[in-house]
Each structure stands twice: as structure tokens, then as C-alpha cells.
Design a binder for this molecule. Structure first.
Ligand code: TYM
Length: 349
């Protein structure tokens, strides 16, 4: 049976990008493959969460995973830091990762630019892409080696498939590179090269509704699984629009296309077609479109939301789930680490 690995960072609630880009697929394939899903709490440390909030954030993602349908009897569900083998493999893989390639990673460059913009009190677009001035910003090494830790998460279970959204594709490509590099250097087929998994479709990017492109936590434009109906409706009704097309069959601006992209995830095809036709003949009313979109998002998320609090507050259940998950994940991780250590040349006296 093929092995699947994926995780989500414990930074706040899950949004529709996390759900449609990743979690929905986690749930769909949990019976079909040997699945390892985790909460990436070590990855969340790059932004130094306050110790008082750290555990609650892990608990939040765990509760939302379970509420969305992950079943601990069908998949291995665990907390990244409960599996120390991941950190040991990270050390080994760090020796094979080059500083230059890490610095060229898009997510790293974006984070550096954002940090510089914040330090200077300017917009990100005011920081040149090739800006070399590091004054006043401290970029921690964990941020630079973030893709190595992610590769370790994937390779420690010798994963074949990784269900992730489009924004993680470069990181996944890097995990493939490290798997190849390790196998080449040590002359052993320790790691299979992991592939993206999205049911044969291209990986998706769920857009934000503010015209900014991606929906994301750091973008501050998330519609969360934990949002109630009123909040979701308010967020959708605020989405950027304009006064509507003036000529039949006009090209669609990005921010309108984004509304349709979200609709494609939650609405019935006939409904989408009606709105598309109305756009084409200029009779569209964006207020109606947004109301429909909000109602259809709620239909999807409210049944999940209803379950979150009960699960979040069920200490005994969460303890059982994480213990069982850690045990299973450690067994798999220890087996891989033993192979990797042997390949590198470690021996006991
Ligand atoms: P994270 O926590 O940022 O996001 C978790 C998952 O949600 C997807 N996602 C999206 N998909 C589509 N559209 C969006 N707007 C959107 N926003 C987020 C992400 O692609 C991801 O699948 N580095 C990872 C966590 C991680 C991981 C791993 C993933 C750590 N180790 C090993 C897979 C395998 C991250 O930061 O994801």
C-alpha cells in the first residue's frame, strides 16, 4: 500500500485554503492509503508563538482535523514534535541542503521581504526583490531551513504521495531533490521520491476575496472553518467587486474570477452557469452572487464547525488520539531512521 504524508502548521484556525487545498483530500484518501497526517508545531516556531498560546494552537488544528472527518482509526494522526526522529533526520538532511538553494526558495524570499517591510514600516511592494540591506531584521535559520524540516516530515515515513496546495509545490520538489541527493550520496535507495497528490488534477490555489491572490493566514483574508454564518456572510459580502461588466462577453477581472473560483468549490454547477451567463450578458448582480456564495460556503463549513468545540474540550479523546498517533508514527519513523543511519555509516559499539 502506498504511503501518504501531509501536515498543517499550528498557527490559528484552518481556512478554506487549507480545507480545499489539503484537508478535504486527506479525508478522502484516508482509507485508501497508509496515511500519516500531523500538526506541524515545530514549523510554527519560526514565528515564535507565545508559550502560553503554543499548545492551544496545536489543539485547535487537531480538533479541526477531527471535526472535518479525519478518523484516527483509519489514518495515523499525530503531533510533529511527538516524533523526535523527524528532528534527527532533519539534522542529517541539513548536511545535504545548500544555502543558495534555500535562499532562492520563494516562500523564504517572501518572508524576508515581509520582515523588511515591517521593520521599515513600508508596504512589501516597496522592498525591491533583490534588496540586500538586512539592517534591522533578524531572519532566523529555522526559516531558511524550513523546507528541510518539511522534507524530513515527508521522507521519515518514506512517503509516496503528498496532498498539498499549490503554494507548497516548490517545497515538495525540494523534498524530492533531497531524497535523490541522499540516495545518490549514500548509494542506497533509502527514500522514494514523493509525488504531489490531487486526484490527477493540478494542485489548487484558493484565492482570497480581497483581490490579493491567495487566501492565507498571513494575508489576513481567511474564511475559517470556525467562522459562524454571520461572519462568513460578512466576509463574503465585503469581497472586492466593481459596478459590473459594461459590454457583453467582457473579460473577467481577477477579483471577480476569484469569486467564481470559490464558487466552483462549493456551489452547484447549474448555479455557477447561471451567474456566468448573467456575467456574459451584463445582467449580473454581484450582491446576489455573493449571497449565493456565502450560503454555499456555510452549507459546507457549518456541519464541521458544529463539531469543533466538543472535540476541542474532550481531553480524554484528544489524549488517546495523540498517544496512539505518536506511537504509530514513531514506529514508522524509527524504521526509516535506522535505514538512514545505517546508510550514513552510524554503527553501535
Ligand atoms: P500550511 O500550514 O501553510 O498550509 C497547510 C496546507 O494548506 C494548503 N493551503 C492552500 N491550498 C490552496 N489554496 C490556499 N490558499 C492555501 N493555503 C494553504 C497548503 O498548500 C498546505 O497543503 N509547510 C506546510 C506544512 C508542512 C507540510 C509538511 C505539508 C510541514 N511539513 C510535510 C506537507 C508535508 C505549510 O506551511 O502548510
Amino acid at each position: 500500500m502506498k504511503t501518504v504524508v501531509s501536515g498543517i502548521r499550528s498557527t490559528g484556525h484552518l481556512h478554506l485554503g487549507n480545507y480545499f487545498g489539503a484537508l478535504r483530500n486527506f479525508v478522502k484518501i484516508q482509507e485508501q492509503f497508509n496515511c500519516f497526517y500531523f500538526i506541524a508545531d515545530l514549523h510554527s516556531l519560526t514565528t515564535h508563538p507565545h508559550p502560553d498560546d503554543f499548545h492551544a494552537s496545536v489543539r485547535t488544528i487537531l480538533a479541526e482535523y477531527l471535526a472535518a472527518g479525519l478518523d484516527p482509526e483509519k489514518c495515523t494522526l499525530f503531533v510533529q514534535s511527538d516524533v523526535p526522529e523527524v528532528s534527527e533526520l532533519y539534522v542529517l538532511l541539513n548536511m545535504l541542503a545548500y544555502k543558495g538553494e534555500l535562499e532562492r526558495t520563494t516562500s523564504f524570499k517572501d518572508k524576508v521581504r515581509l520582515a523588511k517591510a515591517q521593520a521599515r514600516g513600508v508596504a512589501v511592494s516597496d522592498v525591491a526583490e533583490n534588496d540586500q540591506n538586512d539592517e534591522g531584521v533578524n531572519i532566523n535559520a529555522g526559516l531558511l531551513t524550513y523546507p528541510v524540516l518539511m522534507a524530513s516530515d515527508i521522507l521519515i515515513h518514506r512517503a509516496n504521495y503528498v496532498p498539498v496546495g499549490k503554494d507548497q509545490m516548490q517545497h515538495l520538489e525540494f523534498a524530492r531533490t533531497l531524497a535523490r541527493r541522499f540516495n545518490n550520496m549514500y548509494g542506497e535507495e533509502v527514500f522514494p521520491e514523493p509525488e504531489a497528490f490531487n486526484f490527477g488534477q493540478a494542485p489548487i490555489k484558493v484565492p482570497g476575496l480581497d483581490g490579493s491572490g491567495k487566501m492565507g493566514k498571513s494575508e489576513g483574508n481567511g474564511i475559517y472553518l470556525y467562522d459562524d454564518e454571520k461572519t462568513i456572510t460578512k466576509k463574503v459580502m465585503r469581497a472586492l467587486t466593481d459596478s459590473g461588466p459594461k459590454e457583453p462577453n467582457s473579460p473577467m477581472p481577477d477579483y471577480i474570477q476569484n469569486l467564481f473560483t470559490l464558487m466552483a468549490l462549493v456551489s452547484e454547477p447549474v448555479v455557477i452557469d447561471q451567474f456566468k451567463a448573467a456575467y456574459a450578458d451584463c445582467s449580473i448582480r454581484y450582491g446576489d452572487l455573493k449571497k449565493q456564495l456565502a450560503a454555499d460556503i456555510c452549507k459546507f463549513t457549518l456541519p464541521i464547525r458544529e463539531r469543533i468545540d466538543d472535540i476541542y474540550n474532550n481531553d480524554e479523546f484528544l489524549r488517546k488520539v495523540t498517544r496512539q498517533g505518536a506511537e504509530k508514527a514513531r514506529e514508522s519513523a524509527a524504521a526509516t531512521l535506522a535505514l538512514a543511519r545505517k546508510a550514513v555509516g552510524f554503527k553501535t559499539f
